[in-house]
Design a protein around this ligand. Structure first.
Ligand code: CS2
Length: 496
């Protein structure tokens, strides 16, 4: 085997004999898109769409400037520096085939943690037309139950006092938008690429609330000038493992310190409301629609909720990956029963989409044995996910007298998981969640107060006052705490 080539601009031509590489000019230091939160998902999704368009020669001035606002982003910053912001996308097919390609659409990366100035300058630059974000569902600083902006956050308080020293996305966005307004430049579009229903509308409300408290004149300008398209984003992007880096070096002869792996499927449905222009994304398969609402709801309530259902039950059972869950016939049937009997009835009809086909496709995607999407990734930050993906389905079914048993067992499993941090064999589970301490504190009272976990109203709203729910939930936690053989209870609910 050839000696692996270090991925960077200088070696690009040679790397090109081993896998497809960018053929467009990457030398421009101008970026049309500034993106906050350059995780694996962004690199497998928006950056990939843009790369495809650039390969067609269709988006010369649109390169991406990545932004890191967390200390943890320093790792990517340093790797990107060595690799000239190039990285490999490894698309993993169910049959075992891996397609690898070098992506070049990211041309710059700036950290905003120590000195905010370079980030504000990039966002305020005349070339910047879109600021996009993938900062996770929990990154938007609002109360999941009420949907209201959280002014108690010390970083937000700091930004209100010191607008020139931003810490959060809100402070950076207002600082940059103020500079644009003062310079007579048009506003940029703010494009949210996270799994939140009406993600653009949510951002408009949050930023508007923050700006109003910081600078009411600026808030008015933002309300008039900035557009916030809603969008539905989709591509399963597992955490990169050392084995992926090894495969790339061994089988493809390329040394990349942080490649991204993903499934073949990709989808992006966006409302065509861009205040300052956009790349011709429709040429590479992005769907522009007048109302993204039904697509968002379908994806969040079926795919994302389905992930959490499998993830939390799978974590307790001891399944390591989503595909291992689907290979387990009982888990697969339970997943489908949840989709059919609880999620589907509250979604309603979506014109032009056959939900039954969509659900079949989810089963296929989740079954991809090559992707090995870890249950731990799915369960991470459940406190930001379940209030958006699963709990609304319970509320809506309660309102119409629909089934809630499949989802309720998952909430009980989440309580056990948060309390014990181990699977049914006693193997420890690492809980990654911004609220892990609160979740643990609440869950550990379950033995004496069975409803303790769901008393957390910021997560569960008024479920605690619904007798139908509390009865079923009490029964479910009682069972799991008595015997963690979760499959017993799953089997009781479905007939296979
Ligand atoms: C997952 C998502 O984090 C999760 O729980 O459901 O990351 C999911 O893989 C993506 O939204 C797929 O588009």
């Amino acid at each position: 085997m050839e000696i692996p080539l270090q991925l960077n601009q200088q070696n690009l031509q040679e790397v090109g004999s081993r896998m497809p590489v960018p053929t467009y000019d990457r030398s421009s230091d101008k970026s049309g898109i500034v993106h906050i939160g350059v995780g694996g998902f962004h690199r497998a999704h928006l950056a990939y769409y843009l790369h495809q368009l650039q390969q067609l020669g269709d988006a010369p001035d649109w390169g991406i400037c990545g932004i890191g606002l967390r200390e943890a982003d320093t790792k990517l910053h340093d790797i990107f520096k060595k690799q000239d912001h190039l990285y490999t996308l490894m698309v993993k097919h169910p049959g075992g085939k891996i397609e690898a390609e070098v992506i070049g659409s990211i041309v710059d990366f700036k950290m905003g943690t120590t000195d905010p100035e370079p980030v504000i300058t990039s966002m305020a630059a005349v070339e910047t037309k879109i600021v996009s974000l993938t900062i996770t569902e929990g990154g938007y600083n609002f109360n999941p139950n009420t949907g209201e902006f959280n002014f108690d956050n010390p970083d937000i308080q700091h930004e209100l006092q010191h607008p020139q020293d931003p810490k959060t996305v809100y402070g950076f966005l207002t600082a940059a938008l103020k500079r644009r307004r003062d310079a007579g430049l048009p506003a940029f579009t703010i494009l949210v690429c996270d799994n939140i229903e009406h993600n653009g509308d949510m951002m408009r409300k949050m930023l508007g609330t923050f700006a109003e408290a910081q600078d009411p004149d600026l808030a008015k300008w933002i309300a008039q000038e900035v557009s916030f398209p809603n969008s539905m984003v989709d591509r399963i992007t597992p955490v990169t493992t050392p084995a992926d880096i090894e495969t790339l070096a061994q089988d493809f002869g390329v040394q990349d310190a942080w490649p991204v792996t993903c499934e073949p499927f990709i989808q992006w449905v966006v409302e065509d409301k861009f205040s300052n222009g956009r790349p011709a994304f429709e040429k590479v398969g992005v769907q522009f629609v007048p109302d993204v609402g039904p697509y968002e709801k379908m994806k969040l309530r079926l795919l994302n909720a389905g992930h959490s259902v499998l993830g939390l039950l799978g974590a307790i059972h001891g399944h390591p990956t989503i595909n291992a869950c689907i290979e387990d016939e009982l888990f697969a049937s339970y997943f489908r029963a949840f989709l059919d009997e609880e999620a589907t009835p509250v979604i309603g009809n979506i014109e032009g989409i056959d939900l039954s086909d969509y659900k079949d496709s989810l089963l296929e995607r989740f079954a991809n044995p090559n992707i090995k999407d870890s249950v731990s990734r799915i369960c991470s930050e459940s406190s930001a996910k379940l209030p958006k993906f699963l709990i609304p389905t319970i509320h809506e079914n309660l309102a119409i007298g629909g089934s809630i048993k499949f989802a309720t067992l998952v909430i009980a499993a989440w309580c056990y998981y948060s309390d014990k941090g181990m699977d049914r064999h006693g193997h420890p589970i690492e809980i990654i969640d911004a609220l892990s301490t609160d979740l643990h504190q609440a869950a550990k009272q379950t033995k004496t107060d069975p409803l303790a976990f769901i008393r957390q109203e910021s997560l569960f709203g008024n479920l605690i006052r619904n007798e139908r729910f509390t009865e079923l939930y009490t029964e479910a936690v009682h069972k799991i705490y008595t015997d963690t053989n979760i499959k017993k209870y799953m089997r009781d609910m479905i007939s296979i």
